[in-house]
Design a protein around this ligand. Structure first.
Ligand code: SF4
Length: 327
């Protein structure tokens, strides 16, 4: 591990006074960054510890949204009564991720920024366009069982590993960021980039930017939500395919349908195709399967991950069946 300078910041203004540089990293729970520093994948020259920041509240806003501080730990968010009652999909997604110890440390802001689990990215013996642009992508043509089938490019097919972000995508979250140019609010659907020819650019967060909180808009009356995750083992494992679904079911028909998928895309994958296939339609197995087919229509499997296409379809179909049970 490379040596680095370490400082602590106890207020947001102090963080924003830090000289913005790709060499400076903010550390909160450290559940991604410290691992990657040990592997020499991340080699910052300066770490700013933001754990003292007072961004730990979960509160209702005057317009009925839920405002979640960036430093709220994943376990606190998962067990918050408002989240469990009104945004069950988020609690379920959080509890399906990592381990209790990691959830006690990992933060809301950090979870949004977690890096891919691509084995080649995490091993500096291999080239990787995400680590070093232009060096190559050994996953394409190599062993790519866990890689993306949606949103990939000729330069990168790495999946985004977050469960929380998939649920937040279906909940139409907004990320609030402070930086040198002031404060801005970015809908989560615009927060992540697909890799294209610049897989090193993953989100709209730049050097010196700090995520301060995330807001979830209120759901319509009667909305239900559900998260289903499929993986190689039942805990402490990343998704091979997951689905976050939100809908209101009235008279057997689905309205306000929101669908996002994990484990299959280069970013948390909102499927407007599936939503359009379901909106206003009867909640039926045939319509669920048609929506799943629509969601995966553009899938481009690699040599070792072709199974993900059918797995993702079945995951979404089963999630919709569970969501609409007894409606
Ligand atoms: Fe690197 Fe992306 Fe290729 Fe993995 S898939 S080796 S992260 S460029």
């Amino acid at each position: 591990m490379r040596t680095f300078d370490y400082t602590r910041a106890d207020n947001v203004d102090a963080v924003l006074r830090v000289n913005p540089s790709p060499e400076t990293k903010f550390v909160a729970g450290g559940t991604t960054l410290i691992d990657l520093m040990k592997l020499n994948v991340e080699t910052p020259s300066r770490l700013v510890d933001i754990n003292p920041l007072p961004l730990t509240n979960i509160e209702k806003t005057s317009d009925g949204a839920l405002r979640i501080g960036a430093m709220v730990r994943n376990s606190d968010l998962a067990h918050d009564a408002q989240v469990q009652q009104q945004y069950a999909v988020l609690s379920q997604a959080l509890l399906s991720g990592a381990s209790p110890q990691l959830r006690n440390m990992a933060t809301t802001g950090g979870n949004l920024l977690q890096r891919t689990r691509c084995y080649y990215f995490r091993d500096t013996a291999y080239p990787c366009n995400k680590r070093k642009p232009g060096s190559g992508c050994p996953a394409i043509g190599g062993f790519n069982r866990i890689h993306a089938i949606l949103g990939g490019s000729e330069d990168c097919i790495a999946t985004n590993p977050s469960d929380m972000a998939v649920a937040m995508m279906a909940l139409e979250a907004t990320v609030h960021i402070r930086g040198a140019t002031g404060e801005r609010s970015v809908p989560l659907i615009e927060f992540y980039f697909v890799p294209g020819s610049t897989p090193n650019r993953e989100t709209v967060v730049g050097p010196g930017d700090l995520i301060t909180y995330v807001t979830l808009p209120p759901l319509p009356n009667g909305a239900r939500s559900y998260y289903l995750k499929r993986r190689d083992r039942s805990s402490y494992e990343f998704a091979l395919a997951s689905a976050a679904v939100v809908a209101v079911v009235q008279g057997g028909r689905m309205q306000h349908v929101r669908v996002a998928m994990g484990g299959v895309g280069t970013k948390p994958w909102r499927s407007k195709e599936a939503e359009q296939a379901l909106e206003g339609r009867q909640a039926s197995d045939a319509n669920f399967r048609a929506a799943a087919d629509a969601a995966l229509r553009d899938a481009k499997p690699q040599r070792y991950n072709g199974f993900k296409v059918e797995l993702a379809k079945r995951t979404l179909t089963r999630a919709l069946q569970t969501l609409t049970q007894n409606a």
